[in-house]
Ligand binder design. Sequence first.
Ligand code: ACO
Length: 394
Amino acid sequence: MTKPPHDIRTLSGADQLREASALFRRTLHDAPADDEQWSHALGSYDASTSLGAYDDTGMIGTLTAYDSVIALPGGKTVPMAAVSRVGVRPDRTRRGVLNAVMRTFLTGTSAPIATLRASEGTIYRRYGYGVATRFRTAVVDTAKARLHDRAPVSGDVKVVFDQDEVRRRVPELLRRFGTVRPGGILLSDGFWNLALRRDGNAVLVEHDDGVAVYKTKGMRGEHFGWSMEILAMFAATPEATATLWRYLVGVDLIKQITAVGRPLDEDLDLFFADPRTVKYTEVEDETWLRLVDVPAALAARTYGQAEPVVVEVVDDVLPANSGRYLIGPDGAERTDRDPQLRLGVADLGAVYLGDRSLTRHADAGLVEVFDRAASADADRLFRLDAAPWCGTYF
Ligand SMILES: CC(=O)SCCNC(=O)CCNC(=O)[C@H](O)C(C)(C)COP(=O)(O)OP(=O)(O)OC[C@H]1O[C@@H](n2cnc3c(N)ncnc32)[C@H](O)[C@@H]1OP(=O)(O)O
């Protein structure tokens, strides 16, 4: 009989990391990295935050976390563990391996917040992750695309094609612009080196207040027709948005531009003479966020103006987080007062960055409301003027 798959170890050395990489890629139906790919992938790993699960047949599960930071409402950034490369060998699934790995990770990480991108929507809620940011896809028809006369174009852009320079400049630029909104994160140079190599011939567009990275692909059945995909785009000002888009829609021979993963409130159509230039397609979940240290995370963001509320948080995986918190315009702290609202830690994670309100979650049966006025106050405390958004896929 196979022994319980609960032997979880922190990985060490390139060989174990390569084994974990191969295992993870297999779970996504991909072949292991060859020597060339692995030489670039190794630098994206940190062994100290990578776990392996073992039984008597060897490594059967893995999870890694990139050291990152996340921007919060109020402008502060705090350490964040960006969880990725989660996989369990297909002959060992549904026996509690992920359960053991995730619990080991959550009890061991020093970051107050963890986030991830979920391969399936049913997996991570049980570990306390909630959907904290969402994005939508913008498809731009270049045949129609002309910015209107009052679009705030300002200055010019510089285009970089040399791939060594692209890989050097992108992490630098994202350190400046990647956290312009709450939900924005920073990842290491090693991560970007790997990601940009995977995307192939990436083109970098720089503006004084923003950056875009794109790739192009020949379109099937189109003579001299290409499509453009925006891989990353951050603008700190409306002028940067207008100027970057003026460049992008002006590139010759591009028939269509797809920008996956744009903020829900980025109203790009307002920049164009014909608003039907832009079609918004799927809205998808982006950041799944887990408050690992609830008191620290609640204290790290700022809040809007409203009466303070007492929220009871329930956390079965990390029970030290469970308890009552007084949250008000001046901050958040533990309290003994009677709760006005009660919710699980996954739903606290979902409202934490200010995307959908606590009342919307209550309407859906996800928050217990003992005092309706407190629910409205909580909405004003947590809400932001702009939608939280990450914009970086990992
Ligand atoms: C952040 C990322 O890296 S996302 C990528 C995640 N990886 C993948 O999608 C690769 C393919 N899938 C896998 O490798 C595995 O199926 C995993 C990692 C998703 C799950 O691993 P397992 O070891 O099977 O999970 P485990 O047995 O611990 O299950 C834990 C719980 O989640 C549930 N669960 C796990 N996977 C799924 C799923 N795909 N769909 C629905 N429920 C699931 C189990 O039923 C179990 O529920 P319970 O606690 O109520 O009993």
